[in-house]
Design a protein around this ligand. Structure first.
Ligand code: NAD
Length: 331
């Protein structure tokens, strides 16, 4: 719970629950919250997350790990909740689509119920997928999206849309302090090596010297946000005035073609991998780019880490992972 800082006479330490805390983004968030002096309860069912991602935090006096599934109710005492629990890559969320929808929807209901009981702030990690295959570029928060409700990706997209609905209904009905972040493609160390996402795919294929798979002709564009920038945005959003709810886009508006990304990875790894083309999957958007004007205005936030710098750190991480050497240093 909140503690008084006796020297400065102000409250600065909070107890924070991070669901999905052993995942890619969640583990970086736990780390940053600990660095900022908070107490962290990291909740995870280890579906896609791993203890390796947070092993350097285990044993820290302000860090607690809780194995729990958000589809079941939870009773803990905290000041803030970041709700990140949900598999984020198509390979993982299509593995058990019913469980994916349950995680988004029942997970949101359970975490909102907890926030209601504690009267605490709660932030939802939503996604650019709520825009579906967007008819406008770049996407602004007032765009309602173009989502297929019955396709193979719908468990994720519609689950996340329903979670947003629940957040805003808890705001209207129970006056909860909610924050909704729409996260765009994020990359960095601790991404799952086999989750089929483009950055991890390319880096792992290049490091193994395997052909790099490009879907379609590679001219489709994506924007990539380095995880440190994203976590900074999430923490700023949590700290906004009570009446700011979002949804707010968090992502990097810089666009790169998939082919360009593949070439950069080959160049930076010094790999001899070739590029091979495969057909584009159904529903794959041609372009995905955030409009971050709202985040700039309200959070004073924009990504700072160039793709090249973020890729360097990501390549170094996967290189250590594939060599089987320790990937985290204790702090
Ligand atoms: N990485 C991205 O580019 C991206 C983009 C948009 C949105 N997001 C959102 O951000 C959040 C984190 O994504 P990530 O990339 O770190 O993915 P991730 O798969 O690495 O992390 C998700 C974590 O949630 C845990 N989890 C899954 N189901 C759970 C359940 N029922 N109960 C408890 N824990 C559960 C997993 O074990 C994992 O540790 C997700 O909600 C995702 O939808 C991520």
């Amino acid at each position: 719970m909140q503690r008084q800082n006796s020297q400065q006479g102000r409250i600065d330490r909070k107890s924070v629950l991070v669901t999905g805390g052993a995942g890619f983004i969640g583990s970086h968030l736990c780390e940053r919250l600990i660095e900022a002096g908070h107490e962290v309860i990291c909740l995870d069912n280890f579906f896609t997350g791993t203890k390796r991602n947070i092993e350097h935090l285990i044993g820290h006096s302000r860090f607690e790990l809780l194995r729990h599934d958000v589809t079941f109710p939870l009773y803990v005492e905290v000041d803030e909740i970041y709700n990140l629990a949900c598999p984020a890559s198509p390979i993982h969320y299509q593995h058990d689509p019913v469980q994916t929808t349950k995680t988004s929807v029942h997970g949101a209901i359970n975490m909102l119920g907890l926030a209601k009981r504690l009267r605490c702030r709660i932030l939802q990690a939503s996604t650019s997928e709520v825009y579906g295959d967007p008819a406008i570029h770049p996407q602004t928060e007032d765009y309602w999206g173009n989502v297929n409700p019955i396709g193979p990706w719908s468990c994720y997209d519609e689950g996340k849309r329903c979670a947003e609905t629940l957040f805003f209904d808890y705001l209207r009905q129970h006056r909860l302090e909610i924050k909704v972040a729409r996260i765009f493609n994020t990359y960095g160390p601790r991404m799952h090596p086999n989750d089929g996402r483009v950055v991890s795919n390319f880096v792992v294929q290049a490091l193994k010297g395997e052909p790099i798979t490009i879907y379609g002709d590679g001219s489709q564009t994506r924007s990539f946000c380095y995880v440190d920038d994203l976590v900074d945005g999430l923490m700023r959003l949590m700290g906004t005035a009570a009446d700011f709810t979002g949804p707010v886009n968090l992502g990097n508006p810089g666009e790169f073609t998939i082919r360009r990304l593949a070439e950069m990875v080959i160049d930076m790894t010094g790999s001899k991998s070739s590029l091979i083309a495969k057909p584009l999957p159904a529903d794959d958007p041609r372009q995905r780019q955030p409009d971050i004007a709202l985040a700039k205005r309200t959070l004073g936030w924009e990504p700072r880490i160039p793709l090249k710098d973020g890729l360097k750190l990501t390549i170094a991480y996967f290189d250590r992972l594939l060599r089987g050497t320790s990937v985290e240093t204790a702090s």
